[in-house]
Design a protein around this ligand. Structure first.
Ligand code: 13P
Length: 254
């Protein structure tokens, strides 16, 4: 049996500027849990406000960025680099979220580049993958997940980071923001498949230590069932992470 180390991660997307962020984190009450961590991926502009509140109140919450570029610096208008994030104290980043892929032309190639560079800078990466509804309906879920991971699983620096600096979020695109959550059976099947892909390349201790989070319409009413699945190590939560009551209810389920 794997011992799970649970991560409850919120992805605020383009919500909560610095003032709202401070308000949220000044009001939140979080009891520490022995085998679970809380993390919030907030907009770039809110990172410092979030860190300040967390530090002032000694909150057990990690703060991360929602993306990070693949170069140190240069002519990349609108982008933010790993050294810049580290300069303000951020070492966690999401990479490859489906909204980045869908609306901002993020591809498996750029996801790989961002991941490799972030890891080289000592950052911890939560890599997002997941199929669209059309892909699921065409029975292509496993093929798509494999396509999204194949380059990562061929890259030595990524391979060695799994279980420590590199973890995965499975987010079926059809479940994101739709209120349609994957059933525990659907989610567990995908998670087990992903863990199986890792197992082809990595020793079992690393495979077991790699968190695979589920994301897509996670709410206080469905999270407990999902968490019972052996290969689900927590949640990456959008909508329900934005409000204090639903967010703290999710934490209360752990
Ligand atoms: P929702 O929880 O709003 O469906 O969003 C999921 C998500 O995209 C988290 O990254």
């Amino acid at each position: 049996m794997r011992t799970k180390s649970i991560l409850l991660a919120g992805n605020w997307k383009m919500n909560h500027g610095p003032a709202d962020t401070a308000k949220f984190l000044e009001a939140i009450e979080v009891k520490e849990k022995p085998n679970a961590k809380m993390r919030l991926y907030v907009p770039y502009l809110s990172l410092q406000a979030a860190l300040e509140s967390v530090e002032n109140r000694l909150l057990p919450i990690e703060i991360g960025a929602q993306n990070v570029h693949f170069e140190k610096s240069g002519a990349f208008t609108g982008e933010i680099s790993a050294p810049m994030l580290k300069e303000v104290g951020i070492t966690q980043a999401l990479i490859g979220h489906s909204e980045r892929r869908q609306y901002f032309n993020e591809t498996n190639d750029t996801v790989l580049k961002r991941t490799v560079f972030a890891l080289s800078q000592g950052m911890e990466v939560l890599l997002c993958i997941g199929e669209t509804l059309a892909e699921r309906q065409a029975n292509r879920t496993e093929a798509v997940l494999e396509e999204q991971l194949v380059q990562i699983l061929a890259q030595p620096d990524c391979l060695s980071a799994f279980g420590t600096k590199l973890h995965i979020a499975y987010e079926p695109v059809w479940a994101i923001g739709t209120g349609v959550v994957a059933t525990p059976e659907q989610a567990e099947a995908a998670h087990a498949f992903i863990r199986g892909l890792l197992a082809k390349k990595l020793p079992s201790d690393q495979v077991n230590a790699t968190r695979i989070l589920y994301g897509g319409s996670v709410s206080p009413s469905n999270f407990a069932e999902l968490l019972k699945c052996p290969n689900i190590d927590g949640g990456l939560v959008g909508g329900a992470s934005l409000k204090l009551d639903s967010w703290t209810q999710l934490w209360g389920l752990l």
